[in-house]
Design a protein around this ligand. Sequence first.
Ligand SMILES: CCCCCCCCCCCCCCCCCC(=O)SCCNC(=O)CCNC(=O)[C@H](O)C(C)(C)COP(=O)(O)OP(=O)(O)OC[C@H]1O[C@@H](n2cnc3c(N)ncnc32)[C@H](O)[C@@H]1OP(=O)(O)O
Ligand SMILES: NC(=O)C1=CN([C@@H]2O[C@H](COP(=O)(O)OP(=O)(O)OC[C@H]3O[C@@H](n4cnc5c(N)ncnc54)[C@H](OP(=O)(O)O)[C@@H]3O)[C@@H](O)[C@H]2O)C=CC1
Length: 536
Amino acid sequence: MNLVHCNSSVQEERRSSLAVIMASISEWYAGKNVLITGATGFMGKVLMEKLLRSCPDVKALYILVRPKAGQSMSERVQDMMMCKLFDRVREDNPDFHQKIIPISSELTQPGLAISPEDVQTLTSCINIVFHCAATIRFDEPLKHALQLNVIATQQLLSLAQQMQHLQAFIHISTAYANCNRRHIDEVIYPPPVEPKKLIDSLEWMDDSIICDITPRLIGDRPNTYTYTKALAECVVQQESGKLNIAIIRPSIVGASWQEPFPGWIDNFNGPSGIFIAAGKGILRTMRASNDAVADLIPVDVVINLTLAAGWYTAVHRPKTALVYNCTTGGINPFHWGEIEHHVMSTFKRNPLEQAFRRPNANITSNYLINQYWILVSHKFPALIYDLFLRLSGQKPQMMRIFNRLHKAIGLLAYFSSQDWEWNSDNMNMLMSQLSADDRRTFNFDVRQLNWPEYIENYCIGTKKYVLNEDMSDIPAARQHLRKLRNIRYTFNTVLLVFIWRVFIARSQMARNIWYFVVSLCFKFLSYFRASSTLTQ
Ligand SMILES: CCCCCCCCCCCCCCCCCC(=O)SCCNC(=O)CCNC(=O)[C@H](O)C(C)(C)COP(=O)(O)OP(=O)(O)OC[C@H]1O[C@@H](n2cnc3c(N)ncnc32)[C@H](O)[C@@H]1OP(=O)(O)O
Ligand SMILES: NC(=O)C1=CN([C@@H]2O[C@H](COP(=O)(O)OP(=O)(O)OC[C@H]3O[C@@H](n4cnc5c(N)ncnc54)[C@H](OP(=O)(O)O)[C@@H]3O)[C@@H](O)[C@H]2O)C=CC1
């Protein structure tokens, strides 16, 4: 009798674990408590939106938020939920905010500054963690980047170790964590330095000493961001213990492709600021290679893959942490030269308001040519415009804007001037594990991505959601571009005449050429006049 009971309970257990494996992704998230760091950021918001919309039975989203810029934690969360990004979720479930539980936390503080009561709540209920928070600035001082990207990850892992019902911990890294290599596999590479040793050393060091040794430490990586993200991956590996871990490595995350609507973007990071600067006619030249692969990845693709990886990690519990390179270059490549073409074409058809000049940006891999165009197309017009502002009693501003732009493009050029090759076997493996329905709901198949259409929606997204410009103002923006074109023609003509006048006054040869050209013009004019009189 006992044996029969035992057999049936084993069968019952097998059946339920089979049911878990067979469950769709949204069924798996049903009833789950999810912890998200970086929820107020670009990717965090899209992650929350997708979870609430496509996994409507998820129990609760616990989000770690800090007060910022004079706003309390709750004010920030309320503002965030009003955001247009959540329109579709709001339509489906006007009470969606009840599922969002903000937890006050400052990730750079000991214990992540989470209160003991909140620690108690989190450790007793969380089923899955998505760690998105990071500083993504390329010029972040090393100590701060280490504090947030490495030490906070370490502390979060130690909190995760105490969670009684945790089934998966998903860490968001970057495809450029190992950008000092040309070919990047889905493995965690040995760290440039033992993270614990570095943390201990920087603890006692003066900021100025750290600043001095930073270039030596980061070595062949371009900035503290990629360096600390590489260290964070190593910390995840070292401190994971018995947790089921996965690491997602997106490349350059851009506007949404399809969800919740095409073109969603809310920041100036990565290429977005460059597109805007080009659309405003400010950026005319940038160092980038026309033929290098532009490894952009839409944010909704990254989030769909992240949620699917969360499900897979919890259900299949791979023996070692799986790394997912989430990139497009090896599957559906597109190049910076093509991006330039489509960005320019979109902004000519859908101009931004109050452009400084007509959009006309060119990329070049040649240092000297780039420097020449910076002088002629950036600095010279900025000087003239600032002079005009000064003369009209206003504060000069253009040179300041260009200095900031030059700093930004200087930091980004590393990524747009060379190629990398990422292995994406795990992304393909994950896709093969999804049911047909899940593949549609959590689509991360970038083979279907139509680049020209995506780039057009991306540019229009920057106009609508970053700059908050109205599409109905496009006729006025086109009119403004026509005005700029006329100003340019007039300016060029005046400049040409001025230069010739200067030459003519000083050089006999210039005078001779000038008289020759003018007399030629007169001859042509009189010929046309004569021939038109004859035909009458
Ligand atoms: C047509 C041409 C086509 C050519 C295409 C070529 C494009 C190449 C693009 C290559 C991208 C490569 C990205 C590589 C990404 C690696 C992936 C990742 O893992 S990591 C992810 C990638 N990580 C990153 O991308 C981070 C990179 N960014 C940084 O590190 C810093 O922003 C900085 C150092 C560039 C400037 O620092 P700083 O001078 O201190 O300036 P703040 O930041 O403090 O901003 C101050 C204010 O200005 C605002 N604003 C900003 N930009 C623009 C703009 N263009 N306009 C207008 N406004 C702009 C900004 O919103 C802010 O406003 P508010 O809040 O005050 O109201
Ligand atoms: N964007 C991209 O192109 C790419 C991003 N990634 C990775 O994706 C992840 C998310 O990036 P993304 O959303 O673009 O970045 P964002 O800068 O938009 O968001 C960063 C998030 O981290 C939070 N955060 C930062 N500092 C602290 C702190 N001290 N305490 C608490 N929270 C903090 C921010 O909160 P707050 O709002 O309070 O500042 C914000 O929610 C990162 O791990 C990044 O490395 C990887 C590849 C490319």
